[in-house]
Design a protein around this ligand. Structure first.
Ligand SMILES: Cc1cc2nc3c(=O)[nH]c(=O)nc-3n(C[C@H](O)[C@H](O)[C@H](O)COP(=O)(O)OP(=O)(O)OC[C@H]3O[C@@H](n4cnc5c(N)ncnc54)[C@H](O)[C@@H]3O)c2cc1C
Length: 299
């Protein structure tokens, strides 16, 4: 069973221009430095990202005695629970800069400032000695790739069916390797749900995983599970989990295959990047096992 998890894309993978000073971290690196190695992480930090893990980065920085100069997101608003956002802002009082990206890092030796570029073209430099790149997840798929296991183009983790079976006989995958990322309880629950299929495999059940791909189109980012068998079991809890790259207000989702609509329905709420939303799985019996990929689109 592959359970190698996911990590945040570091600065290098985000192609952020500028010098290469010290003080540039992901949340994972920050938490290791503070909690594991008790290292000094600087005095004034900019946090890039405004999702759940970004607020964990705030807590870790404050615990290490650093001030938060600003939190910056390319989205029009934060992507965590409103109470979490409000509580953190009231407690620490830093600005949230929306619709902006990091244009450049400057500093020799140690980071000196981060230049932000707003969507309208304006730029501003924020003095800081630390920047934490949060979110923007990539599965730790190196082990799966080196074994030649087919990856899903959306999650970038192994393509897997409702019973956690990959395309490689005898290899299951669970956790945030499959859905980058969900909270720890969801990742742990995968392990429990995979136990039955693993035991059945060990008892000699033939290896016939769902082979029909389920794909998403932009602005959707990924769907999990992303392989189905129309006559096979539904995904855990009878639903698919999805992610979007931008806020969608009560979107209408259409599931189609070869020009045929299998399901169409409006979600009852706004969905946010970095947070899960779900699609009922009761349409899968209507898909054609021998047809083209099933596609999930937004009107
Ligand atoms: C920085 C960070 C903070 C997070 N904070 C929270 C939080 O506050 N609350 C929450 O609910 N969730 C949080 N998450 C998300 C999620 O809960 C965790 O990622 C969770 O641990 C995922 O469990 P997992 O079993 O999928 O993977 P992990 O717990 O990450 O386990 C993966 C294991 O695989 C190992 N591994 C990876 N690649 C290889 C390889 N090639 N060969 C051998 N071993 C390998 C790793 O070393 C690791 O031990 C956070 C995630 C990160 C990265």
């Amino acid at each position: 069973v592959l359970a190698t998890g996911a990590r945040e894309r570091p600065r290098s993978a985000r192609l952020v221009p500028g010098t290469r000073p010290a003080g540039v971290l992901t949340t994972g690196q920050l938490q290791q430095a503070v909690h594991l190695h008790r290292q000094n992480v600087g005095r004034r930090a900019v946090i890039v990202g405004a999702e759940r893990v970004s607020y964990s980065a705030v807590d870790t920085l404050r615990r290490a005695g650093a001030e938060v100069a600003a939190m910056v997101t390319d989205q029009p608003r934060h992507q965590t629970h409103p109470a979490r956002h409000l509580g953190t802002r009231l407690r620490y009082g830093f600005p949230l800069v929306t619709d902006a990206t990091v244009a450049e890092l400057t500093g020799r030796g140690r980071l000196e400032s981060v230049r932000l570029r707003h969507r309208d073209g304006r730029t501003a430099a924020v003095a800081c000695d630390t920047v934490v790149f949060t979110g923007d997840w990539i599965p730790d798929h190196e082990l799966a790739r080196s074994a030649g296991i087919a990856l899903d183009p959306g999650t970038r983790g192994p393509a897997a069916d409702a019973e956690f079976r990959t395309g490689e006989p005898g290899v299951f995958a669970v956790g945030n390797l499959l859905h980058p990322v969900e909270t720890a309880d969801i990742a742990a629950l995968d392990g429990r749900l995979a136990a039955g299929p693993v035991l059945r495999h060990l008892a000699g059940r033939p290896w016939t995983p769902g082979a029909l791909p389920v794909r998403v189109e932009a602005p959707l980012l990924w769907v999990s599970p992303n392989r189905i068998a129309p006559d096979g079991p539904r995904p855990p809890r009878g639903r698919f989990t999805l992610r979007t790259t931008r806020f969608l207000t009560r979107p209408v989702l259409t599931v189609g295959q070869d020009g045929r609509t299998l399901h169409r329905g409006r979600l009852p709420r706004t969905v946010a990047p970095g947070r899960p939303f779900h699609l009922p799985a009761d349409w899968i019996a209507g898909a054609d096992a021998h047809g083209g990929p099933v596609r999930i689109t937004v009107d």
